[in-house]
Write a protein that binds this ligand. Structure first.
Ligand SMILES: Cc1cc2nc3c(=O)[nH]c(=O)nc-3n(C[C@H](O)[C@H](O)[C@H](O)COP(=O)(O)O)c2cc1C
Length: 420
């Protein structure tokens, strides 16, 4: 793994060689943002091709798709893309080419939501154990049922099959979504996983599902195809996945041959990934922008693996300082690229975007307390870019919320109709 030289002034531009030999053209990555640009029966669409063509043209080294589901029966949102067979090969190939023909790598983020799926979208939601949501969220998310061992084995195979299809479609790699409270993260967490069989209990047992998913993907795609993971540094939930366990999980993944680890944190119930737990004005974080840098530094001291950190990066100086510190190899950006898809061109030249990521609020307190509000607002910006237009960074939070609510109810209704 090539560490950037401390004397270089434009560290973002340095290429990075991954353990399997593939090379990223620079250190700037677009992190996953769920586009919900699939059809109501969850097929990929040409709008995704348009969106990724625009992002790749800005000079990014690596692009991660928004989460793509591996099972049509287990959606996280209406409009998710599902890859479980080859029926969309044509458009998947176009999507992959939109980035790769411009020299960028495009990896598909593969996910299973487990319990984190809104009420009424799927016929039923499974999780390692039947643990209810936080009281104030129980109106929106139902208590899941406990997955059977046969279901666990089926999901593992599905991750492998989806990865193999991504490889055949021409994507440059895949990323396992092991963060943010979705199914893999639920298995890892002692709060969500109370199983007493081989899939729960000790940290090693709780890790078994993730390690089996990784092994199955690797078996399907071989050693020359990059496989990465997005992993929580911690869940930020009482009794949840801790930094110590995250470190042990990273060690196990490195021994198994993982190519890139993206560090994030949090769940729907504790949305640390969007900075919810950053103390305003905390000097060390403000100077260093990113939320999970301290954990990356700890990993770096103990484990040799390419690291990407996502959450909070905003300025060229902040990104270069983080790279110069040697605690990470790749800078991940999400929200900034939804309001300024061309930002990487400036950042790679050491200049900042003219746009600023700001808190998005509706003025309705209970709504603003839920991280989902921000996600809805940003998704609307992605849809504008995908339609060939530009984002609208000044859009009102309240209007966006009301319109998204209508779209989402309509989406749920249409998804159910398509399944009927
Ligand atoms: C609209 C939206 C959708 C997101 N969807 C995903 C997703 O599908 N998978 C994922 O791992 N993270 C997702 N995230 C989280 C981002 O990848 C990222 O971790 C988070 O926004 C913090 O980075 P930032 O400060 O650069 O925005 C999403 C964020 C937003 C705003």
């Amino acid at each position: 793994m090539a560490n950037p030289s401390p004397s270089s002034s434009s560290l973002l531009n340095l290429p990075l060689r991954l353990p399997n030999g593939s090379v990223l053209r620079n250190r700037l990555a677009k992190s996953s943002m769920s586009e919900t640009l699939g059809t109501y029966d969850n097929h990929a669409t040409p709008r995704l091709v348009e969106l990724y063509r625009r992002w790749a043209a800005s000079g990014l080294g690596l692009l991660l798709t928004g989460n793509v589901m591996i099972d049509r029966r287990a959606l996280g949102e209406p409009g998710n893309v599902v890859i479980e067979d080859e029926s969309d090969m044509l458009v998947l190939k176009q999507w992959a080419r939109a980035a790769t023909e411009q020299g960028a790598a495009l990896w598909v983020q593969l996910n299973h939501p487990g319990k984190q799926s809104p009420k009424g979208l799927n016929a039923s939601n499974l999780s390692p154990s039947a643990i209810p949501f936080r009281e104030d969220m129980a109106a929106f998310f139902e208590t899941p049922r406990e997955a059977t061992v046969a279901e666990i084995r089926d999901i593992i195979q599905r991750f492998g099959r989806s990865a193999a299809i991504c490889k055949r479609a021409g994507f440059s790699g895949v990323q396992i979504h092991g963060a943010h409270g979705y199914l893999i993260s639920q298995f890892l967490s002692p709060h969500h996983n109370h199983r007493s069989d081989e899939w729960g209990g000790s940290p090693e047992n709780r890790r078994r599902f993730l390690m089996a998913v990784y092994a199955e993907i690797r078996r399907e795609v071989g050693t020359d195809f990059p496989v990465g993971i997005k992993l929580n540094s911690a869940d930020f939930q009482r009794g949840g996945f801790t930094e110590e366990e995250s470190m042990a999980t990273i060690q196990a993944l490195v021994e198994a041959g993982i190519d890139l680890i993206e560090i994030s944190g949090g769940t729907y119930e504790a949305p640390a990934m969007s900075g919810a737990f950053q103390k305003p004005g905390k000097a060390s974080t403000a100077a260093r922008e990113a939320y999970f840098l301290e954990f990356a530094e700890k990993v770096r001291k103990r484990i040799q693996v390419p690291l990407m950190v996502t959450g909070g990066f905003r300025t060229a100086d902040g990104m270069n300082a983080a790279l110069r510190s040697g605690s990470l190899d790749v800078v991940g950006l999400a929200r900034l690229l939804a309001i300024d898809p061309d930002a990487p061109a400036a950042l790679l030249q050491g200049r900042d975007s003219a746009q600023r990521v700001r808190p998005i609020t509706t003025g309705i307190k209970p709504v603003d307390r839920m991280g989902i509000m921000e996600v809805l607002w940003y998704t609307r910006q992605l849809k504008r870019i995908a339609g060939g237009g530009n984002p609208r960074p000044s859009e009102s939070g309240l209007m966006a919320f009301l319109k998204s609510l209508m779209d989402s109810s309509w989406g749920k209704y249409r998804t159910k109709r398509m399944r009927a």
